[in-house]
Design a binder for this molecule. Structure first.
Ligand code: IDP
Ligand code: MG
Length: 132
């Protein structure tokens, strides 16, 4: 089933000029970049975007971080793109991410893990509408 999902290249990766390397991995995994924009969001916008995590101890730091620099936001499309992209990113903590995944290759820490990806069809729709 053809699906769309939202991808964000986080500040740590944009800052290190990894945008093209990450896009190359997406394309290799049959994830087509439908729309793309380079922006910086406010801490308030980040707080809205990450609202599902508002009770977590790392919420404030997470919002501070996502709004700390330029990000690249993309709509990806492909067969089962939500699952495929989650697998392409690797697990949340780069230390335990599988070899060859974006987070294993480029992630610095659980905070600076280089990329975001939607985790369900409902959230993909919400997140796409949030940015586009
Ligand atoms: P995901 O990005 O793999 O979907 P989520 O659990 O949705 O992971 O968490 C959102 C983001 O919050 C993660 O990408 C990561 O940067 C950060 N995060 C998640 N868990 C922790 C934690 O235990 N400590 C610090 N930051 C965390
Ligand atoms: Mg998540």
């Amino acid at each position: 089933m053809k699906q769309q999902t939202l991808s964000i290249i986080k500040p740590d990766a944009v800052e290190r000029n990894l945008t093209d390397n990450i896009k190359e991995i997406l394309i290799k995994n049959n994830l087509k970049i439908l729309k793309e924009k380079k922006i910086q969001i406010t801490k308030e916008e980040a707080a809205e975007f990450y609202k599902v995590h508002q009770t977590k101890p790392f919420y404030d730091r997470l919002c501070e971080y996502l709004s700390s620099g330029i990000i690249v936001v993309m709509i990806l499309e492909g067969e089962n793109s939500i699952k495929v992209y989650r697998e392409t990113m690797g697990s949340t903590d780069p230390k335990s991410a599988q070899k060859g995944t974006i987070r294993e290759k480029y992630g610095i820490s659980i905070d600076k893990n280089s990329v975001h990806g939607s985790d369900s069809p409902e959230n993909a729709t919400k997140e796409i509408n949030f940015f586009f």
